[in-house]
Write a protein that binds this ligand. Structure first.
Ligand code: COA
Ligand code: MG
Length: 288
């Protein structure tokens, strides 16, 4: 399935209770924002946060950044009111926490279907419960789905796992399910937001697994993440040479080329084209 070329390297959680942080996000070099009404907002601040967020989204000013709203779950006292409050602002996407099955997505999709304001609103799923991970394939195939965000903190808690290594199966099940449906798939947060080397290592691992990007908690994490998930100069150069060599081979009536001692077939050319498309999209967003 064709992957989207929209860059989604850096996805910053911004607490919807913090006007100053939301304002700051307008000037940060991030590909997407998750306006959070769930865990980043205390219980007694939920109502004020959802009203502030509704106004903030209506006012706009976030440019090309994808805007995703994480509401509270519908099994809490806040979920329904969150959705009702922000619907009039025509949110681009709703991120549903603790998704366990496709039924959770279908229920949200039915609510979005019920009002013209949310006719175009996509759904993202937090993948962070054991049930959700086991049902990843059906969740990815549910209506309106655009992407997965991995909730590694909740997942570690429920699995009782102590290391990222212990979560690799869950991460890869999510990637398999997301890719089977052509969805975006974004890695979990790195909690130690002042540890740049640790973040860089985890970004590299996430990129090598196949994630499109990483969720972030602090602006200090943006530069490292953007660099890790962008195609490098060497990758861009290789992609260009692969396409040229393959075209040359085809014009000679051959189906396979060789670049740097490695074969290049049609499928490698497809990957090379995606690399260039992502590089172009990043360059365009940086020129903005
Ligand atoms: N989004 C946008 N701006 C942010 C931000 C975020 N997530 N985190 C910090 N900032 C801003 C601050 O507002 C401050 O801006 P200012 O200098 O213009 O006032 C600047 O970045 C520096 O912030 P700093 O003082 O280093 O951090 P802090 O003490 O204000 O906040 C956290 C630290 C961890 C509380 C904060 O980063 C945060 O709330 N992160 C998100 C947590 C979250 O969403 N969790 C749920 C998902 S895991
Ligand atoms: Mg969570």
């Amino acid at each position: 399935m064709t992957q989207t070329a929209l860059p989604c390297r850096s996805v910053l959680y911004v607490p919807a209770s913090r006007a100053r942080a939301m304002e700051k996000a307008k000037g940060l070099p991030i590909d997407a924002i998750i306006f959070d009404l769930e865990d980043a907002v205390a219980a007694d601040g939920k109502a004020a946060a959802r009203n502030l967020l509704a106004e903030t989204l209506k006012a706009g000013g976030f440019g090309q950044r994808q805007q995703i709203v994480r509401i509270n779950g519908f099994d809490t006292e806040w979920g329904a009111d969150d959705l009702a409050a922000i619907s009039a602002a025509r949110p681009q996407a709703i991120l549903l926490p603790k998704v366990n099955s496709a039924k959770d997505i279908e229920a949200l999709a039915a609510l979005l279907d019920a009002t013209p304001d949310t006719a175009q609103t996509k759904i993202w799923a937090m993948m962070e419960t054991p049930q959700g991970i086991l049902n990843a394939a059906q969740i990815a195939a549910a209506p309106r789905m655009a992407g997965f965000v991995i909730g590694t903190n909740d997942l570690a808690k429920d699995l009782k796992s102590r290391t990222r290594g212990a979560m690799v199966t869950a991460l890869q099940l999510c990637l398999l399910a997301a890719r089977a449906q052509g969805l975006l798939c974004v890695d979990g947060v790195y909690n130690a937001f002042k540890d740049e080397a640790g973040l860089a290592a985890e970004c590299t691992q996430g990129r090598d697994f196949g994630f499109d990007g990483k969720t972030l908690i602090h602006p200090a994490q943006i530069a490292v993440t953007n660099a890790a998930f962008a195609p490098s100069e060497a990758e861009i150069d290789l992609a260009r040479r692969q396409i040229t060599a393959f075209n040359d081979a085809q014009s000679r009536g051959e189906g396979v080329a060789v670049v740097d001692g490695k074969i290049v077939e049609n499928l490698h050319v497809e990957t090379a084209r995606t690399t260039l498309a992502i590089a172009d999209a990043i360059a365009a967003s940086e020129a903005e």
